[in-house]
Design a protein around this ligand. Structure first.
Ligand code: FAD
Length: 401
């Protein structure tokens, strides 16, 4: 019977183990991860959990009893250190060795570190794991001031949660707008204004030159005073194991549409992969999202049990800040223009990215119908009539050309 070994017990790895059983895999499954907890969801770490609205049991992907019931051997607190592809074994830091017939790598991504003076201070915070989130939560409260380096989703969500806990927050962004790498200017401007309205200070085009006892030093000399500093400047694929084993890597482990690596016995899923996106003409991307982790977990599990490959999905993502629900579907590369539907001032709108007469990406703020409709049209590659698209009186199902 095929033994499946999964390295990394996060969202992708934990889901792959469950899908394998759901799809009828009867052989042994070993799910090994270096964190002490059973697989859990990270999105609430910057949102509901951080604000105290969700507990640990709400974070868990599945109850701890699930793994025993499903005959999945869950090994927590173990770090894989080497893959021997000839012998089909993985060695762990504690000296143990685990064999496999099929190996799934699901080691996720890790916070990018800055290389400026003070960047190695032990009191700097990051936010990838529950342990990081616990340290951040302990630093927040009324009268406390949090400086956040990096205006990405995690940084902005942390700022909103800090405000909900009564703390002051300042976001320091190197480029000229927050979310510059991942969203349209319309969205950046909207979120900047919304955060400012909620008392968050946002500094753009602000280069951090060092971390000091009292806060963050900027180019030009200004000291941004803070009681705690969170650094959220992006994440890097955890592909060191794969690279050392000689698997093809390029900004993550390169996989195909079945999540297979350059070694047919090894799959890779989740944040650590550089993968083709079929609905975007097979272009390669490294995505960091829960839907991506789930889709690739299904792909790998289906390939291992010999089941038909799941239907390719339109990539999507969400972010919650204050009373805003942002939902994004598709990818903006290749777009030649953007149009807005709805009312930005009223915090209910969608930005559509068009390539010719096709929608390739939708960014929807408190606009679930636009998100759902846009996602469907991206998947169908349907031609739309831009004039109808921007008219909120025309239902999304009637915007095609
Ligand atoms: P992870 O969930 O990170 O799991 C990887 C696991 O592998 C980790 O437990 C790690 O310790 C372990 N590991 C690494 N190396 C080894 C090794 N050598 N041996 C053993 N174990 C190892 N996505 C959304 O779609 N929406 C959101 O709103 C959203 N919010 C987020 C908020 C935060 C604060 C964070 C951190 C992420 C958020 N994400 C969100 C992203 C989402 O959580 C990730 O895309 C998802 O967790 C990826 O799953 P993964 O299994 O690839 O990686």
């Amino acid at each position: 019977m095929t033994k499946v070994l999964i390295i990394g017990a996060g969202h992708a790895g934990g889901s792959a183990a469950a899908f394998l059983r759901q799809y009828g895999h009867e052989g042994p499954i070993v799910l090994a991860g270096e964190e002490p907890a059973a697989p859990y969801q990270r999105p609430p770490l910057s949102k509901a959990w951080l604000k105290g609205e969700a507990g640990l049991e709400d974070l868990l992907l599945r109850p701890e009893s699930f793994y025993g019931e499903q005959n999945i051997e869950l090994r927590t607190g173990v770090t894989a250190t080497a893959i021997d592809r000839e012998a089909k074994t993985v060695t762990f830091a504690d000296g143990t060795v685990e064999s496999y017939d099929a190996l799934i790598l699901a080691t996720g991504s890790t916070a990018r570190r800055l290389t400026i003076p003070g960047a190695d201070r032990p009191d700097l915070l990051e936010l990838r794991t529950l342990a990081h989130a616990e340290a951040l939560k302990a630093a927040l409260g009324p009268g406390r001031r949090l400086a956040i380096v990096g205006g990405g989703y995690v940084g902005l969500e942390a700022a909103a949660s800090a405000r909900a806990l009564g703390a002051d927050a300042v976001v320091i962004e190197r480029t000229d707008r927050v979310l510059a790498r991942v969203a349209s200017k319309t969205l950046s401007d909207f979120f900047t204004a919304y955060h400012r309205k909620h008392g968050v200070e946002i500094l753009t085009s602000a280069e951090v030159t060092g971390f000091e006892d009292d806060g963050v030093r900027l180019a030009g000399g200004r000291l941004v005073e803070a009681d705690a500093v969170l650094v959220g400047v992006g994440a890097l694929a955890c592909d060191a194991l794969a690279r050392a084993a000689g698997l093809s890597c390029d900004n993550g482990v390169v996989v195909d549409e079945s999540a297979r690596t350059s070694d047919p016995a090894i799959y890779a899923i989740g944040d650590m992969t550089h993968r083709p996106i079929p609905v975007h003409d097979g272009r390669m991307h490294r995505l960091e999202s829960v839907p991506n982790a789930l889709e690739q977990a299904r792909q790998a599990a289906a390939a291992i049990v010999g089941r038909a490959a799941p239907t390719p999905e339109v990539p999507w993502f969400w972010s919650d800040q204050y009373d805003l629900k942002l939902q994004i579907a598709g990818l903006p590369d290749g777009a030649d223009r953007q149009v807005v539907r709805g009312d930005v001032e009223a915090a209910s709108f969608a930005v559509f990215h068009l390539a010719g007469d096709r929608i390739v990406c939708v960014e929807a703020v408190n606009a679930p119908a636009e998100f759902m409709g846009g996602r469907l049209l991206i998947g169908k590659k349907a031609a739309v009539d831009p004039e109808r698209l921007v008219d909120p009186a025309v239902p999304m199902k009637a915007v095609t050309a």
